[in-house]
Design a protein around this ligand. Sequence first.
Ligand SMILES: Cc1cc2nc3c(=O)[nH]c(=O)nc-3n(C[C@H](O)[C@H](O)[C@H](O)COP(=O)(O)O)c2cc1C
Length: 470
Amino acid sequence: MSRAVKMTRLGTREKLEARLAELGLSLPIDDEIEEEGPLSHAFDVGGRSVGNRFAVLPMEGWDASPDGRPTDLVKRRWSRFGESGAKLVWGGEAYAVQPEARANPQQLCANPRSAEDLASLRKTLVLAHKAKGDRTEDLLLGLQLTHSGRFSRPHGELLPRTAFRHSVLDRRVGVEDDRAMLTDDELDGLIGDYVRMAKLTEAAGFDFVDVKACHGYLGHELLSARTRSGSYGGDLEGRSRFLLRTIEAVRSEAPALQIGVRLSVFDRHPFIPGEDRLGVPETSSHQPFGASDDGLGLDLAESHQLVEWLAATGVTLVCTTAGSPYYNPHIQRPAFYPPSDGYRLPEDPLVGVVRQIDATAELTKRHQGIKFVGSAYTYLQEWLPNVAQAIIRAGRADSIGLGRMMLSYPELPRDVLTGRGLERPLVCRTFSDCTTAPRNGLVSGCYPIDSFYKRRPEAERLAEIKKGLV
Ligand SMILES: Cc1cc2nc3c(=O)[nH]c(=O)nc-3n(C[C@H](O)[C@H](O)[C@H](O)COP(=O)(O)O)c2cc1C
């Protein structure tokens, strides 16, 4: 790979286009952001009008209380999501359907006071939106429901619950035999947990739930459980059964809710630091979901089929994403600076951005009955608005999802939509501190840019960790 080039060095259209050409990529880019242009156009989701084309992607903060309840840090994040001006809020963050399903001991999770917690989180977000002078009838708010599966860490240590035996990932999470595998009966029971949480979400006034199927967590891992026997593995029908049954059960028990799915539409083999810490794939006979036979390229055939089934089951929204932050972070969240447990860039992050944009475009064009929210735009930095507008104009996605940029610069959508232009000091430069901090047991937030986190004691500790002093 030729060395990645920093986005700040691609400040003119000519330079960006030359770099894209060098990488063999193409990306639509508008010259000007239009007032009342495509990004400000409302669109319909299951009969609801959503006021513009920006979406807040889910981002957990490892900062809930030990019993899974929102803290002031969680509320601050949700409030900023509300202030952003984005009209679609995808989940806020992953909410575990049972305490044992948490990916960390400070994740929001089902608890005896979930009903009031959800109502208060929703209220926090909606009031913050209103306080900015925005109407709320065109705001669509969903909650992401999850089971962390292989990456469950409900009490700190890994407590993996897997879908099948995976020679590479089992070793990474310390699984040595079949005992970590969830049985079909356990999966049947788990559907009840999703339904219980969905009903509480409905009662709290949310508009949709996301039955999460991404990033290597349980709902995603099942999609590639080719070697699993029984009801929930084998062919694509079997591998999709848990997801589809959960959706059907939620639909019948919480009929006022729309249903979305956040889907890793493609995956890759896990990566490891190789020579000189350069990321290299750790290959195995396992074929990841949405990947070519060798696990190193893309094959969206199964993703298309699954999306067709999702549409037939009444799903109205899909949020596309890819890979996993645990085993191939450069696929999932392209960044110039890898997280502390990552590896040196195996490709220019622009390649990862365009890979997700192109896959989303292919799905959006083919499945007209579903609205698609795309991901992985943050790395585009100053170019984000120009690419976002061109993508919406061309019908290559229905909404532009923003993740890390929401932590450093939550009001980017508002500034773009009101024609104020970008506040450059707030633009996320993908330092990956928001990932490195929680990997080291610290709350997640934007330490390099958000002065609130800069001032916290964790900032000092994070700096020491990054210098290798801890
Ligand atoms: C700190 C952090 C926490 C995240 N938590 C979640 C999560 O709870 N659920 C989820 O689906 N994705 C999660 N993601 C992934 C983001 O939603 C998004 O896919 C990713 O950051 C790429 O989008 P971006 O380029 O706009 O950042 C998280 C990402 C970060 C950086």
